[in-house]
Design a protein around this ligand. Structure first.
Ligand code: NAP
Length: 210
């Protein structure tokens, strides 16, 4: 599968590396342009391009930018695309967003406002990148960590489930995109190592308002 990645920081690079190890083709992009990613091409074995090029390239596209950059994403090129939303909201970094502070919307629904024609699945947000690189285990291992996902498009969710599996993780489908709050920053499952049965209990029992 071809994976376009917008954002070439910790998240973009880690997903790129693991995806290439799993046999996928990857194009990484950032805001400063491909010349600033020159050394990554031989280091990771990925293609490099602009954000719009990565959007066109991907059968699936990973959004791995700060929340403040959502308004600059290539909307036209991302229309109709399967997207993975790894974005988290940190007010101390991103500034206050009232609807996210009062939980009247989720970060992925907030992204969907900018990209109304994309098929968004929230995933890869609730794990630190060193753990994504090092915590993977073979399928069937009783200690295998599970990672959550949420979205409205079943085919995109299935692609994400397969990627999680290839990277060494079970997956827990938390439901539609609007259920993504269950594993946002600050929720009990956020960046905590759990097996699928443990994660199921914690995600299902999550409380939107404490
Ligand atoms: N770090 C983690 O362990 C982790 C885990 C899960 C989720 N997350 C979330 O994933 C997102 C990315 O985190 P990160 O740690 O990878 O951040 P990071 O290291 O700061 O990297 C951010 C990347 O986004 C790019 N970017 C910024 N604005 C852009 C734009 N308008 N168009 C294209 N690219 C743009 C930056 O490129 P330039 O430098 O060229 O601007 C940079 O490559 C955040 O929302 C974060 O909360 C992080």
């Amino acid at each position: 599968m071809k994976i376009g990645i917008i954002g070439a920081g910790f998240v973009g690079r880690t997903i790129a590396k693991l995806a290439i190890q799993a046999g996928h083709q990857v194009m990484l992009s950032n805001s400063r342009g491909p010349q600033s990613l020159f050394s990554l091409k031989p280091m990771i074995g990925c293609e490099i391009g602009t954000a719009a090029e990565a959007a066109i390239y991907g059968d699936i596209v990973v959004i791995a930018v700060p929340l403040t950059a959502l308004g600059q994403l290539p909307v036209t090129e991302l229309a109709g695309k399967a997207l993975i939303d790894a974005v988290n909201y940190y007010p101390e970094r991103d500034g206050q967003v009232a609807e996210l502070d009062n939980r009247s919307t989720t970060t992925s629904e907030y992204l969907a406002r900018f990209l109304p024609e994309s098929k968004i699945t929230k995933a890869f947000n609730a794990i630190r990148m060193p753990d994504l690189e090092n915590d993977g285990l073979p399928a069937g291992d009783p200690q295998r960590r599970a990672l959550p996902l949420a979205g409205d498009d079943l085919e995109t969710k299935e692609r994400v489930r397969r990627l999680y599996d290839e990277f060494g993780f079970d997956s827990l489908d938390a439901g539609s995109l609007s259920e993504g709050w269950r594993f946002e920053r600050g929720m009990p499952s956020y960046c905590v190592r759990m097996t699928k049965s443990e994660l199921t209990v914690v995600v299902e029992g999550a409380k939107k308002f404490e």
